[in-house]
Design a binder for this molecule. Sequence first.
Ligand code: NAD
Ligand code: WQD
Length: 342
Amino acid sequence: MERTKILVTGGAGYIGSHAVVELYEAGFQPVIVDNFSNSQGSVLAGIEHILGVRVPVHNVDCNDEEALRAVFAEEGDLRGVIHFAAFKAVGESVAKPLEYYRNNLISLLTLTSVMREFGVEALVFSSSCTVYGVPDALPVTEQTPTKKANSPYGATKQMCEDILTDIAAAPDNKLRTILLRYFNPIGAHSSARIGELPLGVPQNLVPFITQTAAGIREKLTIFGDTYDTPDGTNIRDYLHVVDLAKAHVVAVQRLIDEKGEAIETFNVGTGRGNSVLEVVHTFERATGVKLNYTIGQARVGDVPAIYADVTKATEVLGFQTTSTLDEALASAWKWQQSLQNS
Ligand code: NAD
Ligand code: WQD
């Protein structure tokens, strides 16, 4: 039987590459569009190794309308799009706001225009728990009010959500959209052939932990231990990237089945919060590697605690994460070790 074709922008990136694998394994035909601004060609070899087939790849910038049109024309029968392509570093977005607004907003506008032109009506958009800012109550549901973003990156996610909400409300609209608000994805595919590839010094906790364990970094600095949380360190909802990838498969299937409203929003997390110290100690337990760490200053802009209420995804999408924090951290370590050995 013909596989249903799904365009995956940013499909060579961290989350996108795992989604490509899960889509293919679920019977879809993923087609990658990526300009490799934050990814490497080696990811494609990793995907091919896991799947045993080569997935079509277009080295195209989503801001380039002509080039995107050519992809839609060449592929012909795309049924849906998952839009991962964006710049994602919070700190960098403060230094380069124009680049972030340009890339993250123009790519969405260009993509949705081309989708309309070619009659492609299903879109899954990568949003983020960053839209909730510092929440007043925990866990956060999809009804929790969003707050003014504290970075240009966060602002782009809110603006993209607003743009897609307005498109969905137009009287002649045909686009069906699912906004997935990811919490903190970590870990790597069990094969250790694909995973996170941070450029330079990692800003995120788990790659910093694995690089420290590998001896690339001298020590991990925990950003503050005097927050109003049980052990004083920040709390986040860390989910395995493969679980997150699977959420895209059920979301895109729901859109293709034409279920639900024109636009729907889902939190994607585990529903559990873990502190930074818990992550560190779980890593040590799961891997048997002792971690050199110290307590430092709080990081400006950090949210003290956030984790998801996942009731809506469970009840409406039938989606739940299955991996434990131990498993996710062990997979991150296996990936780090495979990078050292390659
Ligand atoms: P990533 O940087 O690994 O992947 C993004 C991919 O998009 C990269 O391969 C990059 O080369 C590509 N890309 C960027 N701009 C492009 C453009 N204009 N045209 C074509 N390709 C382009 O990031 P990721 O962690 O996989 O994140 C994927 C998406 O999920 C992003 O939209 C990000 O904002 C969102 N998100 C990520 C996290 C996280 O913690 N990683 C959390 C919430 C939301
Ligand atoms: C996690 C925790 C740090 C590094 C960011 C974005 C968010 C979303 C996910 C895209 C925090 C602590 C970290 C270190 C530490 N991305 N930490 N030492 O801040 O939850 O979210 O990525 O949408 O928008 O803001 O993730 O991995 O940076 O930090 O103590 O060296 O680890 O303070 O509590 P964060 P993170």
